[in-house]
Design a protein around this ligand. Structure first.
Ligand code: NAD
Length: 395
């Protein structure tokens, strides 16, 4: 699958390069490498070299090859599903851990899995779906043990759901994450990339949000995501486990969750029903096209630029919910009058991302304006209406 000679050369170079700085025995590291890869006994080194983080850097270089082994938790879901599709297309081997949490129609997730299988077959990548729960320690240990990188998307998403079921959202988002970090620490994975959320900010003191803006979540969901971020940072600081938390700002695109503003507006307008806004519509949001989230994650598979840190992933093209409803309505059914209902509790008033830091550290650049992205989503919806719409409307 990858050239042994390449690894050998790289390994020696890396060990020489990092060897000067550290004290931990490189033998442990080599032993791990030999367990995972066939090095055919070609690499001879003496011990007493790399520090823990240098070990990891050597390891990263050594396995930088045609494909990594990536574990995507929540890979049957909306964002995770797109990540898996892209990782497979890039030639990585992917394992999904997902429990089909019945938050919305399972059929959307099943459809996503069938796309994965097609892509995996096309590129001849290894693809494995494990139906299981991130709260199940044993299952988590097993799947993490086989991974080079862990991309953690599994969560109970949805602010409103978290108000109804705060204990459940804490179990999944906090305890599940700790399970994963513990297993990753033991398995010595190269990096854990975690999905965080703009919900960690809560109350805006200034906009757009920069990453050092105060964090005062206004929902149990936001609290769990903030706790997850702190846990990840602590694992980096205490155990040298590289972690990165990406604060996504309202993500949309093909196969998106049904219970979100864009899918809801499109589905209603296309059926001649007026879009419904909760509140006065003056709440503002960054809506981020899912491809941009995928790009950020892809870059971070191989970049240590954000290890131990957090990063906003948004569009920075801010829009009010009212304007969004009008944009969708005008494209699909201009005659419809927008309907207003009372505001939902725990929804943030405004979210607006500064993506300057993401631009500097990983070259992140949003690819679409909201109007462009919404147009693309509508086209996709129309082309996939037959299977997607019944599932959206059933959720
Ligand atoms: P999603 O609900 O479509 O995907 C989450 C997946 O996790 C689902 O497939 C679900 O079955 C799985 N899951 C839930 N609980 C699980 C458990 N206990 N064990 C194993 N799997 C479990 O949501 P999404 O929109 O794709 O969100 C993905 C991640 O991004 C989540 O962590 C979410 O909090 C975060 N996020 C999403 C958005 C957004 O706008 N979609 C914004 C900010 C952050």
């Amino acid at each position: 699958m990858y050239a042994a000679i390449d690894i050998e050369t790289k390994l020696i170079l890396d060990i020489v390069l990092f060897g000067r700085h550290g004290t931990d025995p490189a033998a442990v590291f080599l032993h791990r490498l030999r367990e995972k890869y066939d090095l055919s006994g070609t690499v001879e080194v003496s011990p007493r070299w790399t520090s823990i983080s240098a070990n990891r850097m050597c390891f990263i270089s050594a396995v930088r090859r045609e494909g990594m082994r990536i574990l995507v938790t929540g890979g049957a879901g909306f964002i995770g599903g797109h990540l898996v599709e892209s990782f497979l297309a890039d030639g990585h081997d992917v394992t999904i851990l997902d429990n089909f949490e019945p938050f919305y129609a399972e059929g959307i997730k099943r459809h996503t899995l069938s796309i994965h299988r097609e892509v995996a077959d096309e590129v001849n990548a290894e693809y494995r779906f494990v139906e299981g729960d991130v709260r199940d320690t044993e299952t988590v240990q097993k799947v993490v043990a086989d991974a080079d990188v862990v991309v953690h998307q599994a969560a109970q998403a949805g602010v409103r759901e978290s108000v109804k079921h705060p204990r459940k959202v804490t179990d999944i988002n906090v305890d599940g994450t700790v399970n994963l970090l513990e297993a990753a620490k033991e398995a010595d994975v190269m990096r854990v990339i975690l999905a965080s959320s703009s919900s960690v900010y809560g109350k805006p003191h200034s906009l757009p949000y920069e990453e050092d803006h105060p964090t005062e979540p206004v929902s149990p969901y936001g609290v769990t995501k903030l706790t997850q971020e702190h846990m990840a940072r602590v694992y980096t600081e205490l155990h040298g486990l590289p972690t990165v938390c990406l604060r996504y700002f309202t993500v949309y695109g093909p196969r998106m969750r049904p219970n979100m503003a864009i899918s809801n507006f499109v589905s209603r307008c296309i059926n001649g029903e007026p879009p419904v806004i909760y509140g006065d519509g003056q709440q503002t949001r960054d809506f981020t096209y899912v491809d941009d989230v995928v790009d950020a994650n892809r870059t971070l598979l191989e970049s240590d630029a954000v290890d131990g840190d957090v990063l906003n992933i948004g569009s920075s093209d801010n829009i009010s919910i009212q304007m969004l409803a009008e944009t969708v309505r005008d494209q699909l059914a201009p005659e419809l009058e927008i309907v207003y209902e009372s505001a939902q509790e725990a929804d943030a008033e405004h979210t607006h991302a500064s993506v300057e830091k993401a631009g500097e550290l990983i070259g992140y650049e949003p690819s679409r304006t909201i109007a462009e992205g919404v147009g693309e989503f509508i086209e996709w919806y129309q082309a996939n209406r037959e299977w997607y719409e019944p599932l959206v409307r059933a959720s």
